[in-house]
Design a protein around this ligand. Sequence first.
Ligand code: RRO
Length: 317
Amino acid sequence: MTIDLSTTLGPAWFPAPIFTASGCASSGRELAQFFPLKNIGAVVTKSIMLKARPGRPTPRMAETPSGMLNSIGLQGPGIDSFIANDIPWLVDQGARVIVSIAGETVDEYASLARRLRSVPGISALEVNISCPNVENRGMVFACDPVSARAVIDGVRRTLGGDLPIIAKLSPDVTDIVSIAREVVDAGADGVALINTLLGMVINVDTMRPHLGGKTGGLSGPAIRPVAVRAIYQVHQALPKLPILGMGGVRSGRDAFEMILAGASGVSVGTATFGNPRAAIDIQTALGAILEEKGFTSLRSAVGFAHRNDATEMEGEN
Ligand code: RRO
């Protein structure tokens, strides 16, 4: 039996359900030596800003129990170089591309959208309003409903109907459902759940913060239950809203858990550092699990954990 692994995130269609997670594979060049990028759902590129940016001081990473902290600080080449070099390369590979954008102001997000709206080969924009590694918490737009809405509203107005918008949200909020409602009202087609959690490590030998930027974003298996909870809550409140799930996925079972919670696609990030084939391996394993559980399509498993009676599945997929 062949399982239909294709999926959609709003109007965007993908032949496969596993994606890279923004920031963990840059624009995909290093990963391409391990598997054809066209074989996964899409490459989600590192969040790009208008101008080139060096990022935060080193050290920028710290290992933690079942996870890691990063404090990259939006290092990148800026939108001009990205459009000239990275997108055409990905399109040449036959990969689907979700471009992640980040700005310091509402206008900067809108300017990025204006630059990208007519670039061929882009499946969707991930609007990253939740980078934890910024100068002040006021710039984590996803932590405030009014700011979250303003960014998505500005991007939607700029794009018109041209590209699907996936708003990337932060778990560092009291009520993630209320933020999801705001971005959907403002025109987001889907949400990416979750960005990293704000964390910190102090080196007890030097008695100083370990990271150059002091705080960092926590990722890896340690945060998976937080991600599953966020996906479950948002799917329960907004069952039609497409969700790209992520946070500590390192096996087919982990990806399946997010699908059951309500994700239509799953991004793999931190696991890639240990196994560059993680995304494709997880996709293969997910297909086998779906088959073993009796599903004929990925889409029929989305949100399955919300059903009261697991026997409902019979004859429905
Ligand atoms: O660049 C970063 O430090 C970073 C970003 Br933009 C983000 O969205 N999440 C994260 O953990 N790090």
